[in-house]
Design a binder for this molecule. Structure first.
Ligand code: HEC
Ligand code: HEC
Length: 294
């Protein structure tokens, strides 16, 4: 480029740079000063940043990136805040283990902690059997109602969760309804009769010849657990047979099957898998599902 190539463009009155393509010439418009100053400032800033903060990736022979004078590390910061959170949680967890139901319900932050921890553990381990809102499935009791096999106070729920049902430990919830048919304790005809009688208790069918026969069979074999009036017994985990809540189903065949073979279903002892704080949190969560004030 030589000076004589630079001309003044006729249309704009601006000097050209001398660059030309097919008769199109480039105007010489310098960058605005403010733009240039900002540009220089970013360069200076980049140099300062490189000195103080981690900037260069690992170079050959250097194990890691350059740490910078401030020795800053996001990884360490995250590790530190995770550790802080864990400390806070285990402190709250300890508080939860020691708190009574009343104290938990009164203490807003403890309650929230229990609810959140309980809900997440429930989703991981309980929802497969009890449903995501505790609505239950045939054979797996609904937890979101006021009907309890083994008791619905916070302490009782906690005990059930911790030691499980029909498990191999001394504290587990335990009872065994006999398999009246399979083990030939009651002859088949009388199992039919008692099945009819059971269904009359909740008005699923009217009293009949069979159900009247069945009543005596019931009185001889079932009252120890289900009670004379059929109201069930929490100490035996025996359900109320007079209500409309059925664990296994209320149709005749299902009731017959239950009496013939018995079910005696089991639930794991969650205390073997979870610490006390999580078990308590689960109990609070389950308690709240049933509409317990929480
Ligand atoms: C493998 C299936 C299964 C899983 C998983 C399971 N449960 Fe259960 N649960 C059962 C069965 C079956 C029963 C009823 C047993 C019986 O008494 O007949 C039960 C009963 C209960 C009861 C007693 C209900 C009452 O009416 O007294 C509670 C409370 C309970 N489960 C809570 C939980 C919690 C909390 C979890 C998760 C940590 C959980 N369950 C996971 C199968 C399961
Ligand atoms: C040793 C205690 C015991 C005795 C005795 C007993 N039951 Fe049960 N029964 C239970 C338990 C516990 C359950 C529920 C838990 C399970 O089996 O999973 C149950 C469940 C049932 C159910 C199912 C209820 C539902 O909601 O689906 C029926 C029906 C029933 N029993 C009828 C009888 C009849 C009829 C007799 C007498 C011939 C009898 N039981 C004797 C303990 C007993």
């Amino acid at each position: 480029m030589s000076d004589h190539d630079k001309e003044i463009d006729a249309a704009t009155g601006v000097e050209t740079t001398g660059h030309e393509w097919d008769g199109i010439r480039e105007l010489n418009n310098p960058l605005p000063r403010w733009w240039l100053y900002i540009f220089y400032a970013t360069i200076v800033w980049a140099v300062i940043y490189m000195i103080f903060m981690p900037a260069w990736p690992a170079l050959p022979g250097m194990g890691t990136n350059t740490p910078g004078l401030r020795n800053h590390s996001d990884r360490d910061l995250v590790a530190a805040s995770v550790a802080e959170l864990r400390d806070a949680r285990s402190a709250q967890g300890q508080e939860l283990v020691n708190a009574s139901l009343d104290e938990i319900l009164r203490d807003q932050s403890l309650r929230q902690f229990a609810q959140a921890a309980g809900e997440s553990a429930f989703g991981d381990n309980c929802a497969t059997c009890h449903g995501s809102g505790g609505q239950g499935f045939p054979g797996y009791p609904t937890l979101a109602d006021d009907v309890w096999l083994w008791g619905g106070s916070l302490d009782e729920i906690e005990h059930t969760i911790k030691y499980g049902i029909r498990q191999d430990n001394d504290e587990t919830r335990f009872s065994m309804m006999p398999a009246f048919g399979r083990d030939q304790l009651i002859e088949t005809g009388n199992i039919r009769n008692v099945a009819h009688y059971v269904r009359t208790l909740s008005n699923l069918e009217p009293a009949s010849e069979e159900s009247r026969e069945g009543r005596q069979i019931y009185m001889d074999n079932c009252v120890d657990c289900h009670g004379e009036n059929g109201k069930g017994m929490v100490s035996e985990g025996a359900p109320d047979l007079t209500d409309s809540e059925w664990l296994y189903g209320d149709d005749y065949n299902t009731v017959y099957e239950t009496i013939y073979n018995a079910r005696n279903s089991a639930m794991p002892a969650w205390g073997e898998r979870y610490d006390d704080a999580t078990v308590k949190a689960l109990a609070v969560y389950v308690y709240s599902l049933s509409g317990g004030e929480s």
